[in-house]
Design a protein around this ligand. Structure first.
Ligand code: T46
Length: 135
């Protein structure tokens, strides 16, 4: 899907467990400016319902599982994240919805920009209007 891709990180496994290193501009295709995590989401909750004009992000489910629905004016896809060594890259102008958070799940998000509410398009009709010029 346009502006959406899966990233596979190194999974270093030894008798002590697993370790996944993630480096800015090496494993992540941009300079990391911010990270945040989404935790303790109740069953049945869907988050997201927005797109970004400039922001690029990588979503990694470091515990449990979560589903991500991505959309643009012509495509739609659902991807399940359940592996700390797998990231979902979302470029700009990708609509996203996160749902089916398993109990205890932790969604780590790595972002290319500092938080800026003006970068969000939270209305789907406005999103379609802006995004249609790009697809
Ligand atoms: C995204 C998905 C995957 C901040 O103050 N700073 C921050 O860095 C972030 C990310 C959020 N906030 C505030 C804004 C809202 O008052 O935290 C509140 C919840 O944010 P929001 O409703 O946007 O959360 P989600 O889970 O719908 O979306 C978040 C990110 O905002 C978004 O960029 O792509 O996770």
């Amino acid at each position: 899907m346009y502006n959406v891709s899966m990233l596979k990180f190194i999974d270093i496994k030894d008798k002590y467990g697993h370790l996944t290193p993630i480096e800015s501009k090496i494993d992540i295709p941009f300079e990391i400016k911010r990270i945040y995590c989404i935790t303790r989401v109740d069953q049945g909750i869907t988050r997201g319902f927005h797109s970004h004009r400039k922001l690029h992000q990588v979503l990694i489910c470091i515990n449990g599982s979560v589903k991500i629905r991505t959309k643009n004016p012509i495509e739609e896809e659902v991807i399940e994240l359940n592996d700390p060594s797998v990231g979902l890259y979302l470029g700009n102008y990708v609509w996203r919805e996160m749902f089916d958070f398993s109990e205890g799940s932790v969604l780590l998000v790595i972002a290319s920009e500092y938080y800026d509410e003006n970068d969000y398009i939270r209305n789907y009709d406005f999103y379609l209007e802006e995004a249609k010029k790009r697809f």
